[in-house]
Design a protein around this ligand. Sequence first.
Ligand code: CA
Length: 221
Amino acid sequence: MQKIMVIEDDPVIRDELSLLLENEGYQSVPVFDFTEISRRVQEQQPDLILLDLGLPNRDGSLICADIRRKSSVPVIFVTSRDSAMDEYRALSLGGDDYITKPYNIPVLLARVRAVLRRSAGTPDPDTIEGCGMKVNLTKGTVSAGSKTEELTRNELKILAHLLANEGKIVSRADLIDALWDSQIYIDDNTLSVNMTRLRAKLESLGLSGCIKTRRGMGYQL
Ligand code: CA
């Protein structure tokens, strides 16, 4: 079932969109907390995002730009703003389509289908990018320029988690949790060993020093 994330702060519209999508046979994932949306997208891996422009914490067009740094998931803006400038800004920051409220339901659903159909042909939907590297989650590889390194399952999980939190300090406990979530048991020593190997691989790609150790706090990409 295709998963569609609904990022909309108006509860009436959010519920209506969710219901419409569920009735069409999609899995709807409504968002209720509008912080760290880019990380939520990484965790949920939706097939499509419906994104409002006017959101409480951060403008939808900026959220789209955040998402684009790590994911090629299609984004349709659903918004009451209808100036050509808003539309231009939203599309130039990585949106795939733009629908104004009040929307026409059959048109909205047709656009959802069209965008999903187009994106089905996009290669490597499971790629995340950042810090000059590209991580392929299905192949388990990291590349920079023309060089590619294969990662173990643990190394892949660690790197994906750091990339999803790029620029932020990620504690060792958080990393261990992220690995534990995926049913891999890992202790503190194993994490250190994996981190050393991961750094060596990144170094061979010319990305030495990109994972910084923040003493007493954790790691930062
Ligand atoms: Ca809104």
